[in-house]
Design a protein around this ligand. Structure first.
Ligand SMILES: [Zn+2]
Length: 734
């Protein structure tokens, strides 16, 4: 009400006048490494024999007389690797169908001086051979460089975790060559950051240039895609073909060869994908012109399994929309090509993964166009070009800096660029639009016949329907049968929103803080929570609290200032403090809680009273004792979680007046009293715009004077649907 003078009436007033960000980008990396590789497949594989000439430049301020290397492919050399040992510890005892391994055949300085190497024993797995240490005869001083020649023989496994081959000749080479670790400064001084291949964590390497001359059987001619640009393809007299490839300013190099796959190139033209409203918003927030924020044109390459022809357009469309929105929001995609690999059916383990300039999707047949598969996985894995590829965080320790940012960005692209996704259910192998809020019988192939012959089926009662008894007198299709069942078990058009879907993690264990190193998480579920959903919801909460223009500037600055670098979480904290200023939130306090601690965020309407004013204390037993138009209003909101954050509270009065209050959320209770209100409070909403995506329970954020049956019904249906949300397909992947 208007005479409550102390409240902050909080309109969406955004400060557009902040200093604009410079449009300049560093166009190149520091080029710490240079790899020149000659590699030949032995026969039809899976053995690769190679030589790599690697130059490492010491761009730190400390000397080192060692080089440390990852030999990730040795994770598949036997049960004693760190990866397989840790996997067993997490209850995953799968083994590759056949072993893979990498042998070092020779190692020397460029002048021919041979070098010694040793495998670095790991505490948990002393026989692990995924980290190799090489001693140099003289230290590499700051500003100096060293070049070595390394000969290796790598046997790739049948597609297992991320890399390997399929039976049809599909060959996906990821983490396939000995790769330098990162020499850097940490709290303990300068050292090589060169973790073994862990079950829970991914990769980390320095930027530089790669040249690969790859010799394969000639059936692969015209069927190779890679991190690098293809420069030439020459047929050899011995029935092989040599493909020359080159990439600059990348921190890894992957390639895929598949003789049966379809390969198509298309040009991404930003003019075909413009979203003018979004362009204007970004340009205004950054203080730049439209031309400065529009993405550049890029060549898209798709390697597609022939049986997935139905997805050709959808993969291209998803890649193009990703190039558009990521480029518009975060900065220019600086490379000439982007390649999407649709993995072979028997090599699905290589799907859902990111490498510089190349990512792998994955899809099964028959998806309805309103089901965003393969769009979701395509946007996500593409997204890693920006969060992992260009902003090269240490994935061993801070997976959330790429997975969390990618999950957040993916959901934004999906909601901007496609109509809302529809949920489906599966009967046998067929997909139907709709949603069963109750668990329906499971229709595995063997059970179907038995189930169809039932004469009688009982549907249990629900909060909104009585139990049902159905007589099945004749055989009918399951789909038709499901249509006859009332709404309680079958909702035909249920949209799903992936950001809302992330809320399902509120029901999961959050036992370790975001700051916990990824490789050291105590469970795979915690890794998924802390790398994907939780940081995505945290970013979403930050963005909603600070408003769109600030958020656009923050993300742009974070991306542009960290391109080709290895950012630390504390640098994100500083970016947050810089751009969040003025939004009414103590961001340092927010960061401490969200990153270093593990608090629950939860608010609740505890109690609302409208006391009538007493006018005749002797007559309280009858209505004459009370005034009929003056009320003592009392609203009590509780912070039931430990997370302290400002929260908005909307009060609606019976005369239609609405007030917005902002509570700083510091104390445990917010008490609001109006001793003489001319109208009752009829509704209270805590966090009415759902800014607090970390809020654990929205259902108790609302109070209404007369319980509205239809709303309660809606809420319980929604609650059930949320509860049933499962982590999306790539949740457990890269
Ligand atoms: Zn990912």
């Amino acid at each position: 009400m208007q005479w409550v003078h102390w409240i902050t009436v909080f309109g969406v007033v955004v400060n557009w006048t902040s200093a604009s960000l410079p449009a300049q980008l560093p166009s190149q990396s520091a080029k710490t490494v240079d790899y020149q590789m000659e590699v030949k497949m032995v026969g039809d594989g899976p053995t690769l024999r190679g030589v790599e000439r690697v130059t490492w430049r010491n761009q730190t301020t400390a000397p080192t007389s060692e080089l440390w290397w990852h030999v990730y492919n040795n994770a598949w050399a036997g049960r004693d690797s760190v990866w397989l040992t840790e996997a067993r510890g997490f209850g995953d005892d799968k083994l590759p169908r056949a072993w893979g391994n990498t042998e070092i055949d020779a190692l020397a300085l460029a002048d021919g001086t041979s070098l010694e190497w040793t495998w670095v024993a790991q505490e948990k797995a002393p026989l692990d051979r995924t980290v190799m240490r090489v001693s140099l005869p003289i230290p590499v001083e700051p500003g100096g460089e060293v070049s070595v020649e390394l000969k290796f023989t790598a046997v790739l496994p049948p597609a297992f975790r991320r890399s390997g081959w399929g039976d049809s000749g599909y060959f996906h080479a990821a983490q396939w060559y000995p790769k330098l670790g990162v020499f850097e400064e940490s709290a303990d001084g300068f050292a090589w950051n060169c973790e073994p291949y862990h079950y829970l964590s991914e990769f980390y390497a320095d930027y530089g240039d790669y040249t690969l001359n790859l010799t394969l059987p000639e059936k692969y001619a015209g069927h190779v895609v890679a991190t690098g640009t293809l420069k030439s393809e020459l047929a050899n007299a011995d029935g092989t073909v040599t493909i020359a490839m080159h990439a600059e300013d990348v921190h890894d190099f992957a390639w895929t060869a598949d003789p049966k796959a379809l390969l198509e190139k298309r040009r991404f033209l930003e003019s075909e994908w413009r979203d003018e409203v979004e362009e204007r918003k970004v340009a205004d927030a950054l203080g730049r012109s439209l031309d400065e924020v529009r993405p550049r044109d890029v060549e898209m390459i798709l390697l597609l399994q022939p049986e997935h022809e139905e997805y050709r357009e959808r993969y291209f469309e998803a890649t193009a929309k990703s190039l558009y929105y990521f480029g518009l929001w975060y900065g220019e995609y600086p490379y000439d090509t982007i390649t999407c690999v649709d993995p072979a059916n028997d090599a699905g383990n290589t799907g859902g993964m990111e490498y510089p300039r190349l990512f792998t999707g994955g899809v099964s047949r028959g998806n309805h166009e309103r089901v965003l598969r393969p769009e979701g996985i395509t946007v996500h894995e593409f997204g890693h070009q920006f969060w992992y590829g260009l902003v090269g965080n240490d994935e061993f320790n801070h997976a959330w800096l790429d997975e969390g940012f990618t999950t957040f960005s993916t959901n934004r692209v999906l909601s901007k660029a496609w109509p809302a996704e529809l949920q489906t259910y599966q009967v046998l192998d067929r997909q139907f639009l709709g949603r069963a809020p109750l668990t329906t019988p499971s229709f595995s192939k063997n059970e179907t016949r038995a189930w169809l012959t039932l004469q009688h089926a009982l549907i249990p009662s629900t909060p909104w329907s009585d139990s049902l008894s159905l007589e099945l007198s004749h055989s009918t299709s399951i789909e038709a049968w499901l249509r006859e069942i009332p709404v309680a078990s079958y909702l035909p058009e249920v949209t799903s929103d992936r950001t809302t879907g992330l809320l399902s993690i509120h029901g999961k264990d959050w036992g370790q803080a975001l700051a916990t190193p990824t490789w050291n998480m105590v469970s795979n579920q915690l890794r998924r929570t802390n790398a994907y959903s939780r940081p995505a919801l945290t970013l979403e909460t930050m963005s909603r609290l600070m408003g769109e223009a600030r958020w656009i500037r923050l993300m742009r600055d974070w991306h542009e200032s960290q391109r080709f670098r290895h950012p630390l979480p504390e640098e994100f904290r500083d970016t947050l403090l810089r751009h969040g200023e003025g939004a009414g939130v103590d961001w340092l306090d927010f960061w401490q809680q969200a990153y270093h601690q593990n608090p629950r965020m939860d608010f609740k309407v505890e109690r609302v009273d409208n006391f009538p004013l007493v006018v005749d204390a002797r007559n309280l037993d009858s209505e004459q004792g009370f005034a009929d138009s003056i009320w003592h209003v009392r609203v009590e909101i509780r912070r039931t979680g430990e997370f302290r954050v400002p929260v908005e509270v909307d009060l609606l009065y019976a005369d239609g007046v609405q007030e917005r209050h902002t509570w700083d959320g510091q104390a445990g209770v917010w008490l609001y009293e109006l001793p003489a209100s001319t109208a009752k409070v009829v509704r209270v909403l805590v966090d009415p715009e759902h800014k607090l995506m970390l809020e654990r329970n929205w259902l108790d954020n609302t109070w209404t004077l007369d319980a509205d049956e239809s709303r309660a019904w809606n809420a319980s249906v929604r609650a059930l649907i949320w509860a049933q949300q499962v982590l999306h397909f790539y949740g457990g992947r890269g």
